[in-house]
Ligand binder design. Structure first.
Ligand SMILES: [Fe+2]
Length: 173
């Protein structure tokens, strides 16, 4: 069986987004993303680019109707994001390497402060996908715990150029 191409993924993801409400899109898109992760020809050099500081965040597809965006994230060894929640829905999968994701609960469920505590830690190896809940707590951080770069593919709701970084609020553990 051939791995899914980016065009095939984009077609299927658009089909899903037209059929289902935003709240169900990440759950439905994640298994489609999984089918694309074994495609060894998915990324060119531009997609794999990484700035000298921080991590690479390279759009590889924007849905023409603005339903979703596909980004290639390049994580240098040891890097971690701030603890954050999200503006738009998100499904993600690891393409190369092993990524650690931490999930958090807010100290104040009414949003009165930025404190939170970790409630789950998961290791995502190449080929693994996950998605974040919509309209519910989706505070997490991403960390490359290894000594080599990791690449993950993220699918975000909307046009990423209009939405900007998918980060609503930064928390502290
Ligand atoms: Fe995130």
């Amino acid at each position: 069986m051939c791995a899914m191409t980016l065009n095939e993924f984009a077609e299927e993801a658009a089909h899903i987004c037209r059929r289902v409400e935003a709240v169900d899109r990440p759950r439905r898109v994640a298994p489609v993303l999984e089918a694309m992760l074994s495609n060894g020809w998915l990324l060119d050099d531009a997609a794999r680019a990484c700035p000298p500081n921080g991590y690479g965040r390279n759009p590889i597809h924007i849905d023409p109707d603005g339903l979703f965006s596909v980004l290639c994230m390049v994580w240098p060894a040891g890097i971690a994001t701030p603890i954050h929640d999200h503006k738009v829905w998100c499904a993600l999968g690891v393409y190369e390497g092993v990524m650690e994701q931490r999930h958090y609960k807010p100290a104040d469920p009414t949003g009165g402060c930025d404190d939170c505590h970790v409630c789950d830690v998961e290791r995502l190896a190449a080929g693994a996908v996950c998605h974040l809940p919509v309209n519910d707590v989706n505070i997490h951080s991403m960390h490359n715990p290894t000594d080599r770069a990791v690449i993950s593919i993220h699918v975000y709701g909307g046009n990423t150029h209009a939405v900007g970084p998918n980060l609503l609020r930064v928390y502290r553990a």
